[in-house]
Design a protein around this ligand. Structure first.
Ligand code: PSU
Ligand code: MN
Length: 305
């Protein structure tokens, strides 16, 4: 425990009572979706986790505090401020905290704060990875380094093909991060169930996910585990529509010279504009799907499923 961490009463009670907890990130709220759908989705995700018998812990940086568990008012605040909130990765934490300001947590910082609070399971939409062209730009998300060192299981719907999925898998292999397909041998690509790339292992139950993660913790192997959960069939999008939008978004980003931490939010927003409301509703559904799996896995990890 440290003086920068602020755990909500609900999450503290769950920790004290050894109840299952699921961490949630806040960049998906501020930068990932438009207002008010972002706030509605965040509240729905929390409710879904409660309905499954676990406790949600939305993570953010507010007023210089690392929050594990946000109130409805805090979620509304993050959603309204949107892109005006700093997208906070590992390197942003020292200055944001010293200044007493706000930050939206990415996968990286959500893992860091979850681990500080003693939370082991985290549900989100998509993770960052190795960008296309990284062999010259060196644009590799800090999310991959965090997966290599912080003991949190990240349940996502794979990664969007704004990234180089092949290189992302190579990087994770080098860093010793297990990449699991939930009910699939193939890495899902967020909007689509298929990518053409294989995961390391297919696992079909929350119990086995929990057992593998428990073994990793018990052996003292550093780092997390990446669980990729395909978007439900009925919400998945046609591959050609998505790929066309992604190619166009990357083209525009290159022309505009977008780089650094702006790249991912720019590409995500562009893809969303180009594909209209369809991609937003797919996005919402896959996050709900991941929240359910995360709640069941957190329960299994606690042995009270
Ligand atoms: N990819 C998505 N949706 C997201 C993100 C990535 O499909 O919301 C967000 C997450 O917060 C992720 C961050 O941790 O972007 C990665 O940013 P970067 O590529 O700059 O590391
Ligand atoms: Mn980057």
């Amino acid at each position: 425990m440290n003086k920068y961490l602020s755990i909500s009463p609900e999450v503290q009670q769950a920790l004290d009572g050894h109840k299952p907890i699921v961490a949630l990130e806040s960049t998906i709220i501020s930068h990932g979706m438009p207002y008010p759908q972002n706030v509605e989705t965040a509240m729905r995700v929390e409710q879904t986790i409660r309905d499954c018998g676990a406790v949600p812990a939305t993570i953010a940086i507010i007023g210089g505090k690392l929050k594990a568990g946000c109130t409805a008012e805090e979620i509304e605040y993050l959603g309204r401020k949107g892109q005006a909130i700093t997208k906070a990765s590992r390197r942003d934490l020292p200055v944001l905290i010293a200044r007493g300001t706000d930050g939206a947590t990415t996968v990286t910082t959500t893992m860091i704060i979850a681990a500080m609070a003693g939370i082991h399971v985290f549900a989100t939409g998509g993770i960052g990875g190795v960008h296309r062209g990284a062999e010259t730009t060196m644009d590799i998300s800090a999310d991959l380094e965090e997966l290599a060192q912080t003991p949190v299981m990240v349940i996502c719907a794979g990664a969007k093909s704004i990234l180089d999925l092949g290189l992302t898998l190579e990087y994770l292999e080098t860093k010793g991060v297990p990449v699991i397909g939930y009910g699939t041998e193939e890495l899902p690509a967020f909007y689509t169930r298929k990518s053409g790339f294989k995961v390391d292992y297919r696992i079909d139950t929350p119990q086995e996910l929990a057992a593998a993660f428990r073994a990793k913790l018990d052996m003292g192997l550093n780092g997390g585990m990446l669980v990729t959960n395909p978007i439900p069939e009925e919400y998945s999008m046609p591959t050609d529509v998505i790929n066309q939008a992604i190619d166009q978004a990357i083209d525009e980003a290159n022309k505009l010279g977008i780089h650094g931490k702006e790249t991912t939010p720019f590409l995500l927003a562009k893809v969303k504009d180009l594909t209209g409301g369809n991609s937003l509703s797919a996005n919402i559904q896959l996050v709900l799907n991941n929240a359910r799996l995360a709640a069941m896995t957190a329960k299994a990890l606690n042995g009270n499923n």
